[in-house]
Design a protein around this ligand. Structure first.
Ligand code: SF4
Ligand code: SF4
Length: 338
């Protein structure tokens, strides 16, 4: 019935004629959500049939366990089933307002890549992530994660903690965070905060509670910041959404220093995101020593929103340390690419 290997293909939405690529590592459901199309969703494992969608043309690799054979020439489950290639035309209504992004983020599990490690269950303080023993995970193992969309707050902690990439957010996806980092190095040379065009470049991840303070300090609105290093702010839904890949990607793009700004311990809006990301920052710090970049180039800062002075001091401290270390070799490589 189905193959285990994914190939990329295009989907066309009949009502709007919009065409989107579904890459090998994404599901149709992810791509639809990212582009504002809401499809009813429950198990996200091809088991319940809630996301059953009519298609008008295309060759389908049906991967669900719920549709009757008689239904498969007309419907597919967009959470797991795919096209074998080419173009798949879906009979979907247009988004209610295609200009509006989806306002309620949730986590979505791609069960066939889940190893049932329980990380998401442990990290989710809202009780939204669970293991469903009736689902099938990677390699056909019994049991895979499931997210209760009614309990999910969309914080993204589970996505950052998942070792296999089985969890993705419908908005604020990993790719969105990576794109936000990439914008730093791809802007025009005259852009004030452009990475790799100034002596020292800092990438600063911030949670929503700390965002305004971070933006004001980095924009120079605060008289307390001394450094004139180029700073680039990347906003995430919770500091706990920042994972090790994203931290290392900032260095790949030429950052000389990276900081994560989150709330004080005990004050995280999502309970523990600021504590989990601290552990990741510590891990990356050790990796930096191993790859010759030095542990001082990455740090976590817990602030109280409005504490411009505290944040400015922390940024100055990071800048001083990275200046003493000099630009990273990757900074030069990134500068040469632009
Ligand atoms: S996004 Fe947050 S609330 Fe939702 S399942 Fe993941 S950890 Fe739980
Ligand atoms: S963290 Fe990822 S691999 Fe582990 S149980 Fe959750 S979804 Fe599955």
């Amino acid at each position: 019935m189905s193959s285990t290997e994914n190939t990329s293909f295009n989907i066309r939405v009949s009502s709007t004629d919009e065409v989107f690529e579904v890459p090998e590592n994404r599901t149709i459901l992810h791509v639809l959500y990212e582009n504002g199309y809401e499809v009813p969703l429950d198990c996200s494992n091809g088991r319940c049939g809630t996301c059953r969608t009519r298609y008008l043309s295309g060759e389908i690799d049906h991967r669900d366990t719920v549709l009757e054979d008689s239904e498969r020439s007309e419907f597919l489950t967009v959470c797991v089933s795919r096209a074998t290639g080419g173009e798949l035309v879906l009979d979907l209504e247009p988004p209610v307002d295609s200009a509006q992004p989806i306002t309620r983020p949730i986590a979505v599990v791609n069960a066939p890549v889940c190893v049932a490690c329980l990380n998401c269950v442990r990290f989710c303080t809202f009780g939204a992530a669970k293991i469903d023993s009736g689902l099938m995970g990677v390699g056909g193992i019994q049991g895979a994660a499931i997210v209760d969309k009614d309990l999910c707050t969309g914080c993204g902690l589970c996505a950052a903690a998942c070792p296999t990439g089985a969890i993705e957010m419908n908005v604020n996806t990993h790719d969105v965070v990576i794109d936000a980092i990439d914008q730093f190095s791809s802007g025009p040379a005259s852009q004030q905060n452009q990475l790799s065009k100034t002596p020292n470049s800092l990438v600063i991840f911030t949670c929503p509670q700390s965002r305004q303070t971070t933006q004001e300090v980095c924009a120079g609105d605060s008289p307390t910041k001394k450094t004139d290093a180029a700073t680039h702010v990347v906003e995430v839904p919770c500091s706990g959404r920042v994972d090790t890949l994203q931290l290392m990607h900032a260095f790949e793009k030429g950052a000389d220093g990276v900081m994560v700004v989150g709330c004080q311990p005990g004050e995280c809006y999502f309970n523990t995101g600021n504590l989990h990301v601290k552990q990741r920052v510590d891990r990356v710090s050790q990796w930096l020593d191993k790859c010759g970049l030095h542990h001082d180039r990455v740090m976590m800062t817990h602030i109280t929103p409005g504490d411009h002075k505290g944040l400015a001091n922390a940024i100055d401290s990071l800048d001083e340390k990275t200046q003493a270390l000099g630009l990273t070799p990757l900074h030069q490589v990134a500068a040469d690419r632009t």
